[in-house]
Design a protein around this ligand. Structure first.
Ligand SMILES: Cc1cc2nc3c(=O)[nH]c(=O)nc-3n(C[C@H](O)[C@H](O)[C@H](O)COP(=O)(O)OP(=O)(O)OC[C@H]3O[C@@H](n4cnc5c(N)ncnc54)[C@H](O)[C@@H]3O)c2cc1C
Length: 1006
């Protein structure tokens, strides 16, 4: 936590505290002062427009020459061909085996309408490339034509298409990358087309997943700084090349929850790089990354800036993103830091590169407001307001990174001179914009120049292609024939004032994501250290969770009570029952801290898991309430005239809900809420390990208006469960737990010959598998595997048990996975830095440790864990064959095997043969692979290119088939009807003496 890291009285920290006010404030509020700051005077407006028109002309000229620009214009992101090329570019270069590479090409080129692009571009090269794609499509697409061509090609013995596509992708890479090595990049900067420009070199590779990767990036930065230092010419740092550093490349756990560990370690690493840069007297700028990392980066930057050994070095800089609501305050912070440490600090103002992923992340977290603006013009306004502050600041040396002619023209107007600042642009973008200014008018411009091999290029390349192709992007709009210069140069202040600074209407607030159906559950910003600290303290304060509710030994009186309550409860209008669930959701939200503490202390949930638990319970309540209102109302059905047919959905009687310890609030609440809202009364038996949180849930449900005898808690073990399900008064059972118990319940329901046939909804486990092919991005696979296999200590029914990696990439993938496992923190779940807590009880511990020990000669990796407590070490276990695992091991033990390229279908069949059917994961960039798995896999939930856990109510209804459960899916549209008796009434309306409706028809009709 930051408390040990900085002094709250210092000027910079005070500015830091004010940032909180705007972080998630509504957009109009944040924008109001920025609009005033960015507003142009009348005289200014005319001059800026004139300059901007000149710049536009230069930029257009520059864009006409680059074939890549032409290529990107021809294949826009909103065409299917553009998207196909983007995905091909993203994946192709990392695929080692020809078979998969061919499949990828066929997949991406196969469906595109390449022919419609032929001859359309001004660029001959682009037209040639298009013809290449047309031929490529012929080769991989339509069978008849393809065969002829394929024969031709095979005669030459050349894998022609693969080579051509590979070459094209490499060329594309070279457009955006300055060189594979720093020496190559330095050499390229000497070429005539870069004349007059300086560079800031960036070592490609970001978001290191392992410590060895982070070391590798560190060394690359160090070598680059030395090389740039050697190449240094005369003049100050502003006239020499510099380096840009991404902190995420230097630490695999650069996360707020790991603050205490990663901030000191990153500070040390950055300090070491700065020492080298200061000795060489070159500039070093810290790039800006995702918004949740802002404060950590400031903490690190502050420490390094204050180092006495770096006093007098004016090269230490930072980047600030104008799309963030805290941008202007961050500039104030930087100015205070620079003046306090007696330096002139280069500050690069950017708009920001992670806009789309940040918006999604915030929606997933269910947070109150976005930390970024949702309209492009708002970002522009903020950029200009920040630019003005920077130009007036005393201790900041401004650098304005933009490819936008209007933004650049405004800065030219405001700066008054050419010397007090520099422009910056990305290599491969905005060519033409600054050339004349640099070579004829004395302005400075620095090119952000990525350096690295193809393997590290991809994430960067995709960001650049997206940036070039986005509809809102200035360089993209430039080529849009429908937009006039006036459109392009419209003052962003006017645009924003026109809409009152309001949020973009197509980007709902996270809480409104599911509107108009229901409110989304509120999240907590655990990536804000203040919130995390507060939540952690609240959980610590509630460590005393009191005594366990007593187990019930005689279930008969409870059943009597619930049976007696049924007629009244079931007769209530649906709306009344639904309103109880909505109230319960609100009460859960109010009492979230208490419920989270129970989840942590009673069920060993980590803090993020505890939050997700409470949110899921809330979502279940609101979802089933909405579903009931929508689907349970009586329906009129069609039939012959003179007849009324009505379908009614009604309660069946007393339901017994038996829930597991691994989701002691969410699953408990989900079952109970569904049974209640459909008109049943409920006896709820929680797992014997987690009766307290269930007791709290029932107390709150009663407070929400559910009568005490309509919902009765029945704590106890297996015998209590058996007594309940065996009792003829029970009219339905909802069960989540092991397959063996589900089968035992099913048998018990049939024991008594005189008992009616009773519905059973069973959700059980699975031997869940993830298939990874060679087109998958290893970094993404590793992050998703870690979450899916080791999150919640593997104690989720959806958790990954068997990882199947395509042979050709298995070694690298496993090495990266082992490295990433080293970063996992195993320990006390109430500590915010813990990733993996203990398993639930001694029995689970013994069972898992027994299996682990039996597989010792197959361990690929295991971790050290605390000596005290039921900590099962996260372990990676190699199998010779995927057929060797047929049992669910409910803990952090991950098995790994390989599969052969071309055998995807067979692999899926072998997984199906295990008989389970809960979750499956697939990581592949080949759309046809995902179609194939979707068509063949017998699983309830298939997750493609993401983690396999964390199903969201209403978005990913959850539940399996085969040995994994009966369905219907929890949190899905078919769940409620299973709790109901369906009753139809058919009335002959003519029996009263004639068919009045028919006889009163108007003769003509209409
Ligand atoms: C030298 C240099 C260094 C860079 N370093 C960094 C860095 O450290 N960190 C970083 O994140 N980026 C960095 N970038 C990338 C930079 O963020 C983009 O290149 C920049 O946003 C493009 O802005 P523009 O003025 O050229 O284009 P414009 O087309 O005028 O603006 C595009 C930008 O507007 C924003 N935007 C788009 N849609 C919306 C919307 N609906 N609501 C709100 N905002 C929206 C986005 O930031 C988008 O990138 C750097 C760029 C350069 C040139």
């Amino acid at each position: 936590m930051p408390s040990q890291m900085h002094d709250p009285d210092s000027a910079t920290s005070a500015a830091w505290l004010h940032m909180e006010e705007v972080h998630r404030a509504p957009e109009p509020e944040v924008l109001a002062p920025l609009i005033e700051r960015a507003r142009l005077g009348e005289g200014e407006r005319g001059r800026i427009e004139a300059t901007a028109l000149d710049l536009l002309a230069d930029l257009r000229e520059g864009q006409r020459t680059g074939w890549v620009n032409q290529f990107l214009q021809e294949y826009r992101l909103n065409s299917s061909e553009g998207v196909a090329l983007l995905s091909l570019a993203e994946a192709f270069l990392r695929v080692p085996d020809p078979e998969t590479a061919d499949m990828l090409i066929s997949d991406k080129l196969g469906d595109g309408d390449w022919r419609s692009h032929t001859g359309k571009s001004h660029s001959g090269l682009v037209n040639s490339a298009t013809w290449g794609l047309v031929i490529g499509r012929a080769l991989v697409g339509d069978e008849n034509r393809a065969n002829t061509l394929r024969r031709l090609i095979s005669r030459t013995g050349e894998p022609f298409v693969r080579q051509a596509v590979g070459a094209a992708m490499r060329m594309m890479g070279e457009i955006f990358v300055m060189g594979r090595t720093i020496d190559e990049a330095l050499k390229r900067m000497k070429k005539p087309d870069q004349k007059g420009f300086t560079a800031s070199f960036d070592m490609l590779g970001e978001a290191a997943r392992t410590f060895p990767d982070a070391d590798r990036y560190f060394e690359a930065y160090e070598r680059a700084i030395e090389a740039v230092g050697k190449a240094r010419g005369d003049g100050g740092t502003q006239d020499n090349h510099s380096i840009s550093v991404k902190l995420s490349a230097l630490h695999p756990r650069y996360e707020v929850s790991q603050w205490g560990r990663c901030v000191p370690e990153l500070t040390e690493r950055l300090e070491a790089l700065c020492q080298v840069a200061a000795r060489a007297d070159i500039g070093l700028t810290v790039d800006a990354e995702e918004s949740e990392r802002l404060e950590m980066s400031l903490d690190i930057i502050e420490h390094v800036a204050e180092l006495p050994s770096l006093k007098g070095w004016n090269g230490f800089g930072m980047a600030i993103q104008a799309y963030g609501k805290r941008a202007q305050r961050t500039i104030g912070w930087a100015e205070a830091l620079a003046s306090r440490t007696g330096r002139s600090m280069p500050v690069r103002l950017v708009k920001g590169a992670y806009w789309d992923s940040e918006i999604k992340h915030c929606q997933e977290q269910g947070l109150s407001h976005y930390p970024l603006f949702t309209r492009k013009a708002a970002t522009d306004v903020c950029y200009l307001a920040c630019a003005k502050d920077m130009l007036e600041a005393k201790a900041i040396r401004p650098a304005f990174a933009t490819h936008n002619a209007l933004t650049a023209a405004t800065i030219i107007e405001w700066a008054h001179d050419t010397d007090s600042f520099e422009f910056q642009r990305l290599h491969g973008m905005g060519e033409g914009l600054f050339e004349r200014m640099v070579r004829e008018q004395g302005y400075r411009c620095r090119i952000y120049a990525p350096v690295g091999g193809h393997r590290d290029l991809l994430a960067y390349l995709v960001r650049r292609l997206l940036e070039n192709g986005a509809n809102s992007s200035f360089v993209h709009q430039l080529a849009d024939e429908h937009l006039t210069d006036d459109d392009l140069l419209r003052d962003p202040v006017d645009r924003i004032v026109e809409v009152g600074g309001k949020r973009h209407p197509s980007i709902p607030l996270p809480e409104d994501l599911f509107m108009p159906q229901r409110k989304n559950s509120q999240g907590l910003d655990l990536e804000d250290w203040r919130v995390l600290k507060r939540v952690t303290e609240g959980i610590d304060e509630r460590a005393d969770i009191g005594p366990e509710p007593e187990a019930v030994t005689d279930v008969a009186p409870l059943l009597d009570q619930a049976a007696a309550a049924f007629p009244h409860w079931s007769a209530l209008p649906i709306e009344e029952r639904a309103a109880c669930l909505d109230r319960l959701a609100d009460i859960y939200e109010e009492r979230r801290g208490e419920l989270m503490a129970l989840a942590v202390h009673e069920a060993n949930k980590t803090i993020p898991d505890a939050l997700a638990e409470v949110r899921e319970a809330i979502d279940f309540c609101r979802y089933y309430a909405a579903e009931a209102r929508d689907k349970l109302v009586p329906q009129e059905l069609p039939g012959p005239t003179g007849e009324a047919n009505i379908l009614r959905m009604e309660g069946r009687g007393v339901w017994c809900c038996i829930s597991p310890w691994n989701f002691p609030l969410a699953i408990f609440t989900g079952q109970v809420a569904a049974a209640l809202v459909t008109g049943n009364t409920v006896i709820a038996k929680p797992a014997p390990q987690t009766p307290r949180i269930a007791a709290a849930a029932v107390r709150l449900a009663h407070a929400a208006g559910i009568p005490a005898d309509a919902l009765i808690l029945c704590p106890g073990g297996p015998e209590t469960g058996a007594a309940l399900t065996g009792d003829p008064r029970v009219a339905g059972v909802a069960f989540t737990g092991s397959t063996a118990t589900a089968k035992a319940i099913a048998r018990s329901l049939l024991d008594d010959e005189n008992r009616p046939i009773v519905p059973l909804i069973a959700e059980t486990g699975g031997v869940n598998t993830m298939i990874v092919d060679s087109t998958a991005l290893p970094e993404q696979v590793v992050a998703d595997v870690i979450t899916s296999a080791f999150g919640s200590a593997g104690q989720r029914c959806s958790a990954l048990r068997l990882l199947l990696v395509q042979e050709e990439v298995a070694e690298r993938m496993i090495a990266m996975l082992s490295g990433a496992m080293d970063g996992l923190v195993v320990g006390d779940p109430s500590d915010p830095k813990t990733d993996v807590g203990p398993v639930i009880d001694d029995a689970a511990y013994e069972k898992l440790m027994g299996h682990r020990a039996a597989m010792e000669d197959r361990w690929l990796k295991t971790l050290e864990v605390p000596a005290e407590g039921r900590f099962v070490p996260p372990t990676l276990i190699r199998l010779d064959s995927m057929d060797d695992l047929n049992t669910e091991w409910f803990g952090p033990l991950l098995h790994v095997a390989t599969w052969k390229s071309g055998k995807l279908e067979e692999t899926v069949s072998r997984i199906n043969a295990k008989g389970f059917g809960l979750t499956m994961g697939l990581h592949s960039r080949i759309a046809r692979a995902s179609e194939l798995v979707e068509a063949r896999a017998h699983v309830g939930n298939l997750y493609v290119n993401r983690s396999m856990i964390g199903a969201i109510v209403g978005s990913q209804p959850f539940g399996g088939e085969g040995l994994s459960g009966t369905g219907p899916k929890a949190g899905g549209p078919h769940y409620l009807p299973r709790f109901c008796a369906e009753r139809v009434t058919s009335i002959d309306t003519t029996s009263a003496g004639g068919n009045a409706t028919l006889l009163s028809l108007d003769d003509i009709g209409g």
